[in-house]
Design a protein around this ligand. Structure first.
Ligand SMILES: [Mg+2]
Length: 191
């Protein structure tokens, strides 16, 4: 796999309809399973696709399983090697925003009204919590995996740089990290 795998072809979504089930299926670079999270499609704008992930949903990865304790909104951007999950004030740990660096996006309609969104989680995160503010997380995991899973050097450097600039954008409150996700929570709750 190369940086080219982050290209735009596979990440073009099929025609998606409001309210459709979107199953986010994440994996790691070596193919091992990561989080699976169900949601409902809200719509797209200039930033990307917005998906509502409600409270009480079953989510799991190998070694972890739980029912979500708060609503979330997932943004899959048209460009960029990341996805952003926004949380509301009900998040048990006070997380407001969780950006996962991610590559190799792919959408797949598996039957009418059910679409899978696949991506590779690249460890690094930009997180904003009520108590800590903005910080980059999982740099240790990234450092370990880039050796063990053989991340291409160019891709690893690109992800580190993009992660750093996302942290700046989040701190500055630049769009789409400017509060616009709040309206998507309302939309999702009214589906
Ligand atoms: Mg991570």
């Amino acid at each position: 796999m190369t940086v080219a795998a982050t290209g735009t072809d596979r990440r073009t979504a099929p025609t998606l309809h409001r309210g459709e089930l979107v199953v986010a299926r994440n994996r790691k670079w070596d193919g091992t399973a990561h989080w699976v999270v169900p949601g409902r499609y809200l719509g797209a704008d200039g930033f990307g696709h917005w998906i509502f992930q409600g409270t009480g949903e079953f989510i799991s990865r190998p070694g972890a399983a739980l029912y979500t304790a708060s609503d979330a909104v997932l943004l899959v951007p048209h460009d960029g090697d990341w996805v952003a999950t926004f949380y509301d004030a009900a998040h048990p740990d006070g997380v407001e925003l969780y950006i996962d660096m991610a590559v190799d996006f792919a959408w797949r309609r598996i039957r009418p009204a059910v679409v899978e969104f696949h991506m590779i989680d690249m460890d690094l995160d930009v997180i904003r919590t009520r108590s800590r503010g903005v910080f980059i997380d999982d740099e240790d995991e990234f450092a370990e995996h880039r050796v063990r899973m053989n991340y291409p050097a160019g891709l690893a450097a690109h992800l580190e740089a993009e992660c750093a600039s996302l942290a700046v954008a989040v701190t500055a409150g630049l769009a789409p990290f400017d509060g616009r996700a709040a309206a998507r929570f309302t939309e999702g709750r009214n589906l």
